[in-house]
Structures are given as structure tokens and as C-alpha cells.
Design a protein around this ligand. Structure first.
Ligand SMILES: NC(=O)c1ccc[n+]([C@@H]2O[C@H](COP(=O)([O-])OP(=O)(O)OC[C@H]3O[C@@H](n4cnc5c(N)ncnc54)[C@H](O)[C@@H]3O)[C@@H](O)[C@H]2O)c1
Length: 447
């Protein structure tokens, strides 16, 4: 099970993290926390209203994001929690209380009747008088949770990816636009966009340090994620949810769930220019068995752009193979080599001579930076919103999965308009839900 509160498991490897911040202690016995309207969250000189936070999905990232939110704003208070499993709420509360130490009494104040379980827990958290919600459950549920949060006028932190299919992407684009219209924050967990070295590196790339970009290749090569053998008391749905990484309908497959970080950076290297088309080879060679659901274990995507540029992304989850998470950006004047796992941010000229190397801090935790930015933006009344860009990165990954599964070239527009809805309308733990078949390129149809 993933437990690292910052990143959770193998998704992201990053050196260092900031130490615990000093908190101004708020008396634990303080009276009821006043409810404030989202638009009134800006700082009042000398004194700030509390920001009431709710978390939906209390696993690894939910716990990490809650901790970072409470550290980002000493006047933020966690007041509501939701998960489909009670034990995740209990573990999250325990971890938060231990991590926050003295600050926990003031900042973790979740009454027992504000701890919600079940598939409708998200609505109850949103309705529990919160200002900010952290959406950290599984990707399949993000579009519905986000829509409910934005409809109710809440500021949002939403983990990546934001959807698993075309209908989900369209829903999130609409919610992102609505959040903008309502002046609500919507930050998506593309944490590398908040990493000091990455920011500096991509400023160099976008500023012309390698000349005009001719091509990009990003990699996310890693080993497989945990799997949990079925327990007799688990129904079909619980079994799939406990092994969620391995089911395309819940996670989007690993190119969408995990490698989307590298696909987001591929887009970043191109100044967020979007591909017109993708061809993608993929399959599963090293995984089998029910816990591995129906996801592939490798993908190799070729993106095409107007004007003829091509960019490449390869990812795999195969045990016994070397890890790599490097971005190679090729331009008319040289190349950039980017790797956040063993911080490497370098530009070379065409002769291979180093012309720039990042020399700034590498020890600030990008997850904390992310929440610092989010909460400062809410306080300033100018809420951060990267919803549209993040949804585009999610669709860039989804279109490659669609191309790999079907064996066909898929255009951006086709992927965006896709009618294939992977997520069942209503879920219940006693429902029968079979493992979807593994896609067969050339046979599986694009819908
Ligand atoms: N940005 C990053 O570096 C990073 C790292 C890890 C995970 N993630 C993302 O964070 C999300 C969560 O991943 P995780 O590793 O924390 O998983 P996790 O399994 O540890 O936690 C997810 C929690 O959500 C709960 N949940 C699932 N469906 C729910 C629903 N409909 N309503 C309420 N709760 C629900 C689960 O029971 C679980 O407790 C994923 O989208 C993942 O891709 C991002």
C-alpha cells in the first residue's frame, strides 16, 4: 500500500522536503469556526478568517494533500472527510494528527458526524460547510466530484488525472470554465509544474534555450504497482477498487494515471501546444492474473502536430526492467535533458557542450509549493486555475491509450468527442461487475 504522505509510492520520486513549518497556535477550545463565503477569503489585515477544508478520498494523496493544505495556510482547518472505506478515514486522521503535532488540535477538527462513507460521501463533504475541497479519490470519479464542488461554489484541489474518458474530459472542461466564471480556484496535481528545478528548466526551454523545439521524447519507465489478492468478503467492485491501478475504467490505465506527468511535461516543452493526432503501440507482455485487471504494461506513442513536428512518449510498468523518467527536448540550437527523480536540469549545444545547468534549490517539496500557491491565491482573491491546461494534458494521455487499444491513429478531435463512457452510472458494492476484456489492437473498436 502507498503510504508516503508527500507523493505516495512510486508515482513520483523527488529529493528532499521542507521541514515542518511553524504554526501560530490557535486555541483548541476556540468556538465554532465561522463559515465564510468563498469569495470573501482574502486576507483581512491583522486577522484572517479560517478556510474550512474537506477531503474526498482519504488515501495516500488525500492524506498528503490535506497535510500540505494545512501547512500552506495556518488558518486552514480540516472539517470534513469522505471515503468509500471507513478505515481510510481513520488512518488519514491518525496520520494527520501525528504529522501536525501541536497544530493538530486547531487545524484538524473533524466532528464524527462530518466523516462520511459511501459513494455519496463526496456530496456530504461538499455540503458540510467547507470553502475548499481536496479531490483525491480515483480518476474515474473526478469529473462528477469536480462538477458537484464547482456547482456548490467551492475552491478545489484535484489530483491528476482529471478523467479517464472523453465524456469525463468534456465534463471537466465545462467545470474548469465554470470555476473561472465563478472566480473559484481549481488546481490540478501536476506537481512537477511547481517544482523549482522544473520551472526554471522549462522557462529556459520555452524561452528558446534549445532554439526552436524540433522534437521531444519523454519516458516513464518503472515497475508494476501493488496488487491485492481477492478476499472472500470482497464483491466484484471492492476487488476492483482495491486494485484500482489495474482497471482501465477506474484509473485510465498507467499511461493516463501515472505517465500523464511525463505527457504533461511533453506538452510543457512545446509551450502547451496540442497534438492533432497520435499513433500508439502498446500491450501487456509481463502481467497476467485477475489483480492485473485489463490494463496494458507498455505504451509507445507518436504524437503529430501541425507543421509536421513529432513528439514521442514511452512508458512501461514491468518488473525487472530499469527505471527512467527523463525528458529529452531537441531544438535547432541544442537539447535539454530533464529528470526530476535525480534532479538533472541541463541544456547542451549541438556539439554536446553544456550551456546551462540549474543551480537553484532542489530541496523544497513541490507538493508543498503547490498548496502554498493554491492557498495564497485564494487568500489574495485571485484564485489559481489550471483546469483547462491540465485537462488537455489528461486528454493527450487518453488519446494515446485509445490509439493503443484500437491500433488506429486517433485525432485530438476524435478523442475529445469520443462517446465511450468507461464509468458506470451508479455503483454499489453488491453489484456484479466483470473485469473488462484486455483490448486487442486491430480488433477493439474506437467508440
Ligand atoms: N501528483 C502525484 O504525484 C500523485 C501521486 C500519487 C497519486 N496521485 C493521484 O492521486 C489519486 C489518488 O491516488 P492515491 O495513491 O492516493 O490512491 P489511494 O488508494 O491511496 O487513495 C484513494 C482513496 O480514495 C478513496 N475513494 C475511491 N473512490 C472514492 C469515491 N468514489 N468517493 C470517495 N472516496 C473514494 C479510496 O477508498 C482511497 O482511500 C489518483 O488520481 C492518483 O493518480 C497523484
Amino acid at each position: 500500500m502507498k503510504t508516503d504522505l508527500a507523493s505516495t509510492a512510486s508515482h513520483v520520486h523527488q529529493g528532499g522536503s521542507v521541514g515542518r513549518r511553524d504554526f501560530v497556535k490557535v486555541a483548541a477550545a476556540a468556538a465554532a469556526i465561522p463559515m465564510i463565503a468563498a469569495s470573501h477569503a482574502a486576507a483581512t489585515p491583522g486577522r484572517r478568517e479560517p478556510l474550512r477544508v474537506g477531503v474526498i478520498g482519504c488515501g495516500g494523496r488525500g492524506t498528503g494533500a490535506a497535510l500540505q493544505a494545512l501547512r500552506a495556510d495556518k488558518d486552514a482547518v480540516l472539517v470534513a472527510m469522505g471515503d468509500v472505506f471507513q478505515e481510510r478515514i481513520d488512518a488519514c486522521l491518525k496520520n494527520l494528527t501525528e504529522e501536525l503535532g501541536d497544530a493538530a488540535a486547531a487545524q484538524v477538527r473533524v466532528d464524527p458526524d462530518k466523516r462520511f462513507t459511501g459513494f455519496d460521501a463526496y456530496r456530504k463533504v461538499i455540503d458540510a460547510g467547507v470553502d475548499v475541497v481536496l479531490l483525491t479519490s480515483y480518476p474515474a470519479f473526478r469529473p462528477a466530484h469536480l462538477k458537484a464542488a464547482v456547482d456548490a461554489g467551492k475552491h478545489v484541489f484535484a489530483e491528476k488525472p482529471v478523467a479517464v474518458d472523453g465524456p469525463g474530459v468534456r465534463s471537466v472542461l465545462a467545470s474548469a470554465a465554470e470555476a473561472k466564471r465563478k472566480n473559484l480556484a481549481l488546481m490540478v496535481g501536476f506537481c512537477w509544474r511547481h517544482n523549482d528545478g522544473m520551472k526554471s528548466m522549462f522557462e529556459q526551454i520555452n524561452g528558446g534555450a534549445v532554439g526552436d523545439v524540433l522534437s521531444v521524447h519523454t519516458t516513464y519507465h518503472t515497475t508494476t504497482l501493488s496488487k491485492r489478492p481477492r478476499k472472500p468478503e470482497w464483491g466484484d467492485l471492492e476487488f476492483q477498487m482495491r486494485n484500482w491501478w489495474h482497471f482501465t475504467w477506474i484509473s485510465g490505465d498507467h499511461i493516463v494515471e501515472q505517465a500523464v506527468h511525463s505527457i504533461d511535461r511533453l506538452n510543457w516543452a512545446l509551450d502547451d501546444r496540442l497534438p492533432t493526432k497520435v499513433t500508439c503501440l502498446g500491450g501487456r507482455a509481463a502481467r497476467s492474473g485477475p489483480e492485473h485487471g485489463n490494463v496494458f504494461d507498455h505504451f509507445a506513442a507518436v504524437y503529430e502536430y501541425e507543421g509536421g513536428l513529432r513528439a514521442f512518449h514511452t512508458c512501461r510498468q514491468q518488473d525487472g526492467t530499469p527505471n527512467d523518467n527523463t525528458d529529452y527536448v531537441y531544438g535547432t540550437k541544442g537539447m535539454a535533458v530533464v529528470n526530476g527523480w535525480n534532479p538533472t536540469y541541463v541544456v547542451k549545444d549541438l556539439a554536446g557542450k553544456e550551456t546551462w545547468r540549474y543551480a537553484g534549490p532542489t530541496d523544497r517539496d513541490m507538493y508543498q509549493n503547490e498548496h502554498d500557491t493554491l492557498f495564497a491565491s485564494i487568500r489574495s482573491g485571485k484564485p489559481f486555475n489550471d483546469g483547462e491546461r491540465s485537462t488537455n494534458s489528461t486528454l493527450t494521455a487518453i488519446m494515446a491509450r485509445m490509439a493503443a487499444y484500437t491500433g488506429q491513429a486517433i485525432t485530438w478531435q476524435q478523442a475529445l468527442d469520443s462517446a465511450e463512457s468507461l464509468v458506470p452510472d451508479a455503483l454499489a458494492f453488491d453489484m456484479k461487475i466483470e473485469t473488462p476484456a484486455v483490448a486487442i489492437p486491430g480488433k477493439t473498436k474506437f467508440i
